[in-house]
Design a protein around this ligand. Structure first.
Ligand SMILES: NC(=O)c1ccc[n+]([C@@H]2O[C@H](COP(=O)([O-])OP(=O)(O)OC[C@H]3O[C@@H](n4cnc5c(N)ncnc54)[C@H](O)[C@@H]3O)[C@@H](O)[C@H]2O)c1
Length: 271
């Protein structure tokens, strides 16, 4: 899909990858409806858009709230007149806690935001997308959605659910005008730990512990996602870590699982 003059909805537009997606899409001549639960963060994205903010509408909404998502999509239809694409980017990680110690509220929060959030937006917009000459759905899963990471098991399950939802949508929509992409980022240098409310003393995702591998910059991740929409690629692995784990896990799943468990042990003490 050619991005210029299209209208795309970006969730999580207030921070990290979503902010970069928003700024880069605007720079390419798209109109963007940016959604986020954090109003101040959205205002900062608008400020950073500078003169290009004319093409940006911002909407404070919790994507886990289906009725609120339906209402916001109505608002976007009225403001922009069309919806050509959605990028389900908003997401949170879980606290670094083993499954046996996770409480029900945390489990539901992670599933509601990471799985039901994207599904809510897909169901609210698919009738619009099917009406357009060209349209696209891009969903941001995670490398943690195709292999297990101790201490992020429910997060991984939510991203695995999103992976299969996206792959299923691809199969259902393959003969239509709607392209579908699932993205598996490796580590990206954002403040997701803090934004997810799970930061512990001394931890900072943007400044990982000494010796921990550095991740991909969010602007680079956003650029690769936009290129995937432009070239209608169904699957994208972002970062050497994600590409490596994809191969390793397909070749030797048990060895890959043990390798990751050892890596995690080096950097994080699980509760
Ligand atoms: N950062 C990484 O290392 C990494 C790795 C793999 C996958 N991802 C995925 O990439 C996506 C973007 O992550 P990021 O690192 O840019 O995170 P981030 O925390 O920088 O940005 C996420 C944004 O989503 C918003 N958000 C959270 N819950 C919301 C809700 N209920 N409704 C609306 N908005 C909500 C937050 O306010 C925030 O602005 C996420 O889905 C994440 O799981 C990130």
């Amino acid at each position: 899909m050619n991005i210029a003059s299209k209208t795309l909805i970006v969730t999580g537009a207030g921070n990290g990858i979503g902010r970069e997606l928003t700024l880069q899409l605007l720079a390419l001549g798209a109109r963007v409806a940016g959604l986020d639960i954090n109003e101040e963060a959205l205002a900062e994205t608008r400020r950073l858009a500078g003169e290009q903010a004319d093409g940006l509408s911002t909407h404070t909404v919790n994507i886990a709230d289906k009725d609120a998502v339906i209402a916001v999509v109505d608002e976007i239809r009225q403001q922009h007149g069309q919806i050509d694409g959605i990028i389900n980017n908003a997401g949170i990680i879980q606290p670094f806690i083993r499954v046996k110690n996770l409480d029900q509220a945390t489990i539901e929060r992670v599933m509601n935001i990471n799985f039901y959030g994207p599904l809510n937006l897909i169901q609210a917009t698919l009738p619009d997308l099917l009406e357009r000459p060209q349209a696209h759905i891009l969903n941001v899963s995670s490398m943690g959605g195709f292999f297990p990471v101790p201490g992020q098991v429910v997060y991984g399950a939510s991203k695995a659910a999103l992976k299969l939802l996206t792959e299923g949508l691809y199969a259902e929509l393959v003969d239509t005008n709607v392209g579908v992409t699932v993205v598996f980022p490796g580590a990206i240098m954002t403040n997701i730990t803090e934004n997810s409310g799970v930061k512990r003393d001394g931890e900072d995702a943007a400044n990982p512990p000494k010796g921990a591998p550095k991740g991909t910059m969010p602007a680079d991740a956003a650029r690769q996602m936009i290129e995937a929409i432009e070239s209608n690629r169904p699957r994208v692995f972002i970062g050497k870590d994600s590409r490596f784990m994809d191969r390793f896990y397909r070749l030797a799943p048990v060895r890959a699982t043990r390798f990751m468990q050892k890596q995690m042990q080096k950097f994080i003490k699980l509760d």
